[in-house]
Ligand binder design. Structure first.
Ligand SMILES: Cc1ncc(COP(=O)(O)O)c(C=O)c1O
Length: 400
């Protein structure tokens, strides 16, 4: 018996590169090295107290049993209200399905809509799991590359050129992981115009970084554009904006027939998600957003700090991210260089070498569809970020 017995769909999957680097960093830290881990996409803040209190109350109040498959009614209502308040999206409770994190919501939406052979256009750089989710659904990913000089954003012309009769969906995150780029309202309207011209295309809009947006215009939801509203599946959750990664609550908001399809799928696979976390999420969606603004201010300060430090490193090219908590420098200047022992051929080599040499954990851009870059999470204390950048600068000085 061996791994060869695993189903082909599992053998064909890539390991998550972000989780892979985090694992290596933990191993080195366990050996006693002073590792600075900037590989994981996770707020370094605690979940706000009022949300934790709601979870404690849910336990005391006896929410111990199975919940409805699509989520508790009060949670779905709280999400519908949040979508009206923040996103100009008019959906009722019946349009919402709560799942085990936005990752699960995305996978559900893809599984519910994609047939074998359907094409899914993915704006690249993209979050590592998108293409693997499409693979699991036996769809074909069509990667469309945003240029560094356009802040890694895909233009409507590029998008339209990638459309074929097999295109079923386009998916992207704004604010983006890994680039931190934010599509403006006008850019999203231009993309929506393309979608409007192709009536069989659905939009999977990943808005998990909604509250971490530093642009003047703020967040805009493409699903709020009436012409395409029925074909937009909006995905969001509590992980990033409310510092609740471990609670595992995400949701989709979409036309009722799509929500019903996802509920049907979920009913056979996971059932309703964790009851206590759902009650905590009600408090998050109904409560004040003060904590989200405080965290945003910290991420804003850190992105400026990190970008300034990274720009001092010879050969690094880096955009100022407009959202999320990542810096995404182009490091290709160092490809083909060596410290005398290790030859750096690509971003995977660079990040592995950096971890071994400087004990700074980052993630190679290759897994995100950007092989010239590396992702640095800025969700860490300012001092750690400064020290990490100093270590990187000292390390690359050895590469000739
Ligand atoms: C772009 C993007 N979408 C979705 C998720 C998943 O969020 P959740 O923790 O709610 O599953 C992440 C998490 O890293 C992400 O970066």
């Amino acid at each position: 018996m061996s791994q060869a017995q695993l189903a082909q769909r599992i053998q064909a999957l890539e390991e998550s590169s972000t989780l892979g680097m985090t694992k290596k960093a933990r191993e080195l830290a366990a050996q006693g090295h002073k590792v600075i881990s900037l590989s994981v996409g996770e707020p370094d803040f605690k979940t706000p107290a009022h949300i934790c209190e709601a979870a404690k109350k849910a336990i005391d109040d006896g929410f111990h049993g199975y919940s409805p498959v699509a989520g508790y009614p009060d949670l779905r209502m709280a999400i519908a209200n949040k979508l009206k308040r923040d996103n100009n999206l008019e959906w009722g409770s019946e349009n919402i399905v709560v799942s085990t994190g936005a990752k699960h919501s995305l996978a559900n939406a893809i599984a519910a809509l994609i047939n074998p052979g359907d094409e899914v256009i993915i704006f690249s750089p993209y979050w590592v799991s998108y293409s693997e989710m499409v693979k699991l659904a036996e769809g074909t990913s069509v990667i469309v590359q945003g240029a560094f000089d356009n802040n890694f954003k895909v233009t409507p012309e590029q998008f339209e050129a990638a459309i074929t009769p097999k295109t079923k969906m386009v998916m992207f995150a704004s604010p983006n992981n890994p680039t931190g780029s934010v599509y403006t309202e006008s850019e999203l309207r231009d993309i929506a115009n393309v979608v409007a011209r192709h009536e069989n295309i659905f939009v999977l809009a990943d808005e998990i970084y909604e509250y971490i947006n530093f642009t003047q215009g703020g967040h805009f939801s493409i699903g709020s554009i009436p012409e395409i509203k029925e074909r937009v599946i909006t995905v969001n959750g509590v992980a990033k904006g409310h510092a609740m990664t471990g609670w595992r609550i995400g949701f989709i908001a979409a036309a009722k027939w799509i929500a019903d399809g996802i509920e049907k799928l979920q009913g056979q696979v996971t059932s309703g998600t964790n009851s206590i976390a759902q009650k905590a999420a009600v408090a998050a969606f109904n409560g004040s957003l003060d904590h989200a603004y405080e965290m945003k201010a910290a991420y804003d300060r850190r992105r400026k700090l990190v970008v300034e430090k990274l720009r001092e490193i010879p050969g690094f090219k880096v955009n100022m991210p407009d959202g999320a908590f990542y810096a995404f420098p182009d490091i290709s200047y160092y490809f083909g260089k060596t410290d005398g022992t290790t030859l750096i051929k690509d971003s995977d080599d660079f990040c592995s070498w950096l971890l071994a040499d400087a004990f700074v954990a980052t993630v190679a851009g290759s897994g995100f569809g950007a092989p010239d870059c590396m992702r640095i999470s800025t969700a860490a204390a300012d001092e750690q970020l400064v020290e990490a950048c100093d270590r990187i600068k000292a390390a690359v000085a050895k590469l000739k």
